[in-house]
Design a protein around this ligand. Structure first.
Ligand SMILES: Cc1cc2nc3c(=O)[nH]c(=O)nc-3n(C[C@H](O)[C@H](O)[C@H](O)COP(=O)(O)OP(=O)(O)OC[C@H]3O[C@@H](n4cnc5c(N)ncnc54)[C@H](O)[C@@H]3O)c2cc1C
Ligand code: HEM
Length: 477
């Protein structure tokens, strides 16, 4: 391996007197936190996201323009159209990436230098990632146990998020919201404040190697300042969260209902109260794939008995989904990360809800319906439930029962095989939708097409909510 070119704590140019990447504040150790941290070393994982259509649009535009789309991936962010005002769990992170494209004339000197680096390393992003992890694990072998044994599809998420956050360092409110959520989510990995220095040094090491053509001391100083700021926000948020919430929850499977050959409805009982909002999701780790976390949406609004429900579809060769659908049984214990996601109902308005759910994407839609019912509102809710075949409409009976109970709810099943009609096309035949907020959940193709269709029928982007597109591979078909 090439000798790392990173700087050390002695010669850093970082501002804060605490030195290179050293957090300014250290969280106080709370009772039990040491045990929790050491348990946390066994596992890893984090929370998810959603994005606004504005993000999707910008990514596509960049892709079309042949530019690399360096975005914090699925696990990250989107800017919620309207924030829920509920005081319960924190909303999902806002996207630092393309939500608010920074204009060159407004960029700070550090942001300019950071973007210069990004442009240089973008064509070799994969090499930067490999080198970053190689540096991290060679220099800090103790950190290896925090990460999954196999780091294939997800390994670029950390670095992408870092680079994206750095790129948007000028967009403070959006960035802080995102990073706070990220910091809280990192507690379940067993991440501690001192780990941030290690990651920062290896980040600079990898960047300085692959951006060597443009690298100079001022650029390095810009990265140090930026990384220090980013990591401090995460560290502070994690420390604050430690005072009020566990790093993760254990949850025992109490019911496992195989609804189709590849879809199971799992009901779990968390070991302590789990606060969340309808429309959100959790990261889930199974005992069979330690440190591998995947996101699953809550299929019910919060229940009085505290139980949580997930709808899981086993995807071909999928690790976690197959374990949950085909292997797990009542009595098995999962781990849950904190709730995340902004696809929640805004109870301060009386707008209608236009909901598109494809495959297991019906799960959070059902939770939203229950949420509206619970609040006693009589706002119109129109659900379009899409599937390839009748057989795949595994939850239609429940949805129809809800429709019978609630006069403000309308449920329409759209079966591709019969009508040769895609879910998004169907909404064009109904409406008008001007007084509606739109919610989409399902496979990425459905969300992309759905967003286009919704915009075409006049729903503005800021009134369209959905979870992150990139990670939704298993959410239905
Ligand atoms: C916010 C959110 C909510 C979700 N909610 C649900 C839900 O309620 N129910 C549900 O069943 N699923 C849901 N998902 C999808 C879920 O998180 C997992 O992605 C899915 O279960 C597959 O995980 P796995 O470990 O089984 O598959 P993996 O082992 O990750 O991969 C399975 C196969 O898919 C490929 N693959 C993996 N990721 C991608 C990708 N991003 N793009 C293209 N190919 C890929 C792999 O190469 C592999 O061949 C949600 C995802 C997100 C982001
Ligand atoms: C500013 C610093 C950091 C940023 C922006 C960042 C960002 C991310 C992101 C976006 C993910 C994807 C996880 C998900 O959303 O589910 C991730 C995963 C992870 N991060 Fe970080 N991270 C940072 C620092 C650290 C540090 C200091 C550690 C500890 C060594 C760490 C350990 C992990 C682990 C173990 C994972 C899981 C990896 C996996 O699932 O493959 N991160 N990080």
């Amino acid at each position: 391996m090439d000798a790392p070119t990173t700087t050390s704590a002695d010669n850093g140019t970082s501002g804060g007197g605490a030195g290179w990447f050293t957090p300014h504040t250290q969280p106080e150790t709370t009772p039990g936190s040491e045990r929790e941290a050491s348990e946390g070393n066994r596992l890893a994982g984090m929370r998810p996201v959603g994005r606004t259509t504005a993000d999707t649009e910008t990514d596509q535009q960049r892709e079309n323009a042949g530019q690399p789309v360096v975005t914090a991936p699925a696990t990250d962010p989107y800017v919620p159209a309207q924030r829920s005002t509920s005081s319960a769990p924190p909303p999902a992170p806002a996207a630092p990436q393309t939500a608010v494209p920074a204009r060159a004339e407004q960029a700070s000197p550090d942001a300019v230098l950071i973007r210069r680096t990004m442009a240089e390393v973008a064509p070799v992003a994969d090499k930067v990632t490999s080198y970053f992890y190689a540096l991290l694990f060679v220099r800090h072998p103790d950190l290896r146990s925090l990460f999954p044994a196999a780091m294939d599809t997800q390994r670029d998420r950390l670095l992408k998020a870092l680079l994206t956050a750095a790129e948007h360092v000028d967009n403070t409110p959006v960035l802080v919201d995102y990073l706070q959520n990220l910091g809280r989510g990192h507690r379940k990995y067993g991440t501690r404040p001192e780990h941030y220095a290690a990651v920062g040094e290896c980040l600079i090491g990898a960047l300085s190697k692959y951006a060597s053509g443009v690298w100079h001391p001022e650029m390095e100083a810009a990265w140090v300042r930026t990384y220090t700021t980013i990591s401090q926000v995460m560290i502070d948020a994690a420390a604050a969260d430690e005072l009020r919430a566990p790093a993760w929850w254990y949850a025992e499977i109490v019911a496992h209902d195989l609804r189709t050959r590849d879809v199971a409805v799992l009901t779990v009982r968390p070991n302590q109260p789990y606060p969340f909002l309808a429309g959100q999701y959790a990261s889930v780790e199974t005992p069979w794939w330690p440190r591998i976390w995947r996101h699953y949406s809550f299929a019910s609004a919060p229940r009085h008995d505290g139980l949580l429900t997930f709808h899981v579809k086993a995807v071909p060769a999928g690790w976690v989904s197959n374990a949950l659908v085909h292997r797990s049984r009542p009595g098995d214990i999962l781990r849950l990360g904190p709730p995340a996601g902004s696809m929640t109902v805004d109870h301060t308005t009386d707008s209608g809800l236009l909901c598109l759910g494809g495959g297991t994407g019906i799960a959070p839609i059902r939770a939203l319906v229950e949420d509206v019912a619970e609040h006693g509102e009589r706002r119109p809710v129109e659900v379009f439930y899409g599937a390839r075949t009748d057989h795949d409409l595994y939850d239609i009976d429940t949805m129809l029962r809800l429709q019978q109970t609630h006069p403000w709810l309308s449920v329409r099943a759209i079966i591709d095989q019969h009508a040769h009609l895609q879910l998004p096309d169907a909404i064009r035949q109904y409406g008008p939708w001007s007084g509606y907020d739109a919610y989409l959940s399902g496979p990425p193709g459905m969300i992309r097409n759905g967003v286009d269709a919704l915009r075409n029928v006049g729903i503005p982007s800021e009134r369209i909510r959905h979870d992150s597109v990139e990670e939704l591979v298993g959410a239905g078909d």
